[in-house]
Ligand binder design. Structure first.
Ligand code: ADP
Ligand code: MG
Length: 502
């Protein structure tokens, strides 16, 4: 069957996994049940508006899973180990990182501070040759994709293929909430009488896969008394996601201790031992693996002491997730540089792999102070709705969209532009469903939604050799189709999971 050409204005609608609307009394009942199920199984967070360290609220969720084309899901899953390989190679190419980030670090103080740590450890000699990458490649379906990568998605009555939004190399969250969303929506589908639909929800072992990779790093260190350290923020809102990592490790590998410290506490408690072991407190507790769930945004560093803690950890023999070079390789600027023509062959030898990676990039443009940057500015000004402007920040809420772009560019000097990249906007298909949020209207209304899939990868290796490379699971976040961004912790997005359609 020939699929029609996508219309440029009205996005195609993916068919819902069950007939909608749900009868009101059934809806009210299942929503009440689902909210309790979510809290009681850790599909939950601490509230930002009504904070108490002793209380949890269910995380916003979509009542039933959102449709996602199976072929595209499978392609994304299959590509992950290649993306792991790419990120591993890019993060170990000092010249590439220096060249790519040189303009950015002149004007972006945060990236500069990270880069200074990198330069210090390079000069001293990197003490721990192994890096642990727990990556998450985020992607959206694109309905306006070019011919060569169009895949027919029959139920959407349109073509769609997926495009990468970004790849995260630090604090890639939802290893627990991803699988928990599947469990929650499976419960709901069963309660609604659609048990037969569960076969279309793919298995999701993200939590185990991420933790097993941490444990693998711990084993490679061969320090039986050493612990795994989670570096955390002062207040952890996304506490279930983090704690379930810890609890899984403790249950499955009870001989491995997990501890949590903030950067500020680490500055007070941490020192290096005679062989640059990271030692904590008066009892000299040794840390052999560090998992950063904080440290990815300027607000996590109150001053010199938090930066000193970060440097100390980097100088240690602990395996870092991420090491500083992995953190730098996860910047938006590096993502843009990787999409430049001809760059991939520097990192990947297999031509077929290069071709598949190329397909997932949308247009990514440098805004550096040169002719190329000037051209990108012209592009953005001529048609701002087609673009997103991104700084070197993580965690959501930092980008500039569409018609806000001209004013943002206008305010920047040519030098300041180097801190940003320009990216083509992805136009995903819409799905319809119920978004359930704490304090939300009851009964909920059917709304238009768009989803973002994240695929998790785990990789361990040295500059020259990868010794562990896996795709380990996924997560789906869904937001109102009218919203630009969809962070769940920010209250904009909701937990979801893919319902695979052929
Ligand atoms: P962050 O590091 O803050 O998560 P992202 O690049 O992931 O930065 O952007 C945040 C959000 O903005 C994404 O989750 C997505 O919802 C939206 N977004 C980012 N890039 C695009 C794009 N090219 N097209 C459409 N939406 C985008
Ligand atoms: Mg993101």
């Amino acid at each position: 069957m020939e699929a029609p050409t996508p219309s440029s204005d009205v996005p195609p609608v993916l068919e819902s996994c069950i007939p909608l609307p749900i009868d009101e009394s059934q809806l009210l009942e299942v929503v009440e049940k689902a909210k309790d199920w979510a809290i009681m199984h850790g599909a939950a967070m601490r509230s930002k508006t009504d904070f108490s360290p002793d209380a949890l609220q269910f995380a916003p969720f979509i009542l039933t899973p959102s449709s996602f084309p199976r072929k595209e899901f499978e392609k994304a899953v299959e590509l992950q180990t290649t993306l792991n390989e790419l990120m591993h190679a890019a993060s170990h190419d000092t010249d590439f990182l220096r060249d790519t980030l040189q303009g950015t670090i002149k004007v972006d103080a945060f990236t500069r501070s990270l880069f200074e740590i990198y330069e210090i450890v390079l000069k001293e000699g990197i003490c721990q040759p192994l890096s642990l990458g727990l990556l998450r490649s985020d992607l959206m379906l694109e309905t306006r994709c070019e011919n060569e990568c169009r895949v027919q998605c029959r139920r959407a009555k349109a073509y769609c293929c997926w495009k990468q939004v970004e790849i995260n190399s630090i604090a890639s969250g939802f290893g627990h909430l991803g699988p928990a969303s599947k469990s929650l929506q499976s419960f709901i589908l069963r309660e609604l009488g659609y048990a037969e639909k569960l076969a279309q929800l793919p298995e999701n072992r993200a939590l185990y896969g991420l933790c097993d990779a941490m444990v693998e790093a711990w084993k490679l260190q061969a320090r039986p008394q050493a612990v795994i350290l989670f570096v955390i923020e002062d207040i952890t809102y996304n506490i279930c996601d983090q704690r379930f990592h810890e609890f899984y490790i403790r249950e499955t590998y009870p001989h491995i201790q997990v501890i949590r410290r903030t950067l500020t506490q680490l500055q007070e408690q941490a020192k290096l031992g005679p062989h640059r072991e990271l030692l904590l407190g008066s009892e000299n507790l040794e840390v052999s693996v560090i998992y950063f769930r904080a440290g990815y945004e300027p607000g996590h560093y109150y001053g010199e002491q938090e930066w000193a803690a970060r440097l100390l950890m980097e100088r240690s023999s602990a395996i870092k997730c991420p090491s500083i070079q992995y953190h730098l390789a996860g910047t938006k600027k590096v993502q843009q540089a990787l999409a430049k023509p001809g760059i991939l062959k520097r990192f990947i030898t297999d031509e077929r792999k290069i071709d598949t990676i190329k397909e997932i990039f949308t247009g990514l443009y440098s805004l550096d102070k040169n002719e190329e940057g000037d051209e990108a500015v012209k592009l953005a000004l001529s048609n701002p709705e087609r673009y997103v402007l991104k700084p070197q920040r993580e965690g959501g809420g930092n980008n500039v969209y569409g018609t806000d772009i001209p004013a943002a560019l206008d305010k920047m000097s040519e030098d300041e532009r180097s801190a940003w990249i320009l990216m083509e906007r992805i136009f995903p298909p819409v799905s319809r469903g119920y978004m359930i949020r704490p304090g939300g209207k009851m009964p909920p209304e059917i709304v238009n939604l768009v989803s973002e899939l994240g695929i998790f990868g785990a990789v361990i290796g040295t500059k020259d050799k990868i010794i562990y490379n896996k795709q380990v699971g996924h997560m789906l976040r869904t937001k109102l189709s009218s919203a630009n961004e969809g962070g769940v912790a920010a209250g904009l997005g909701a937990l979801d999971s893919p319902y695979l359609i052929d």
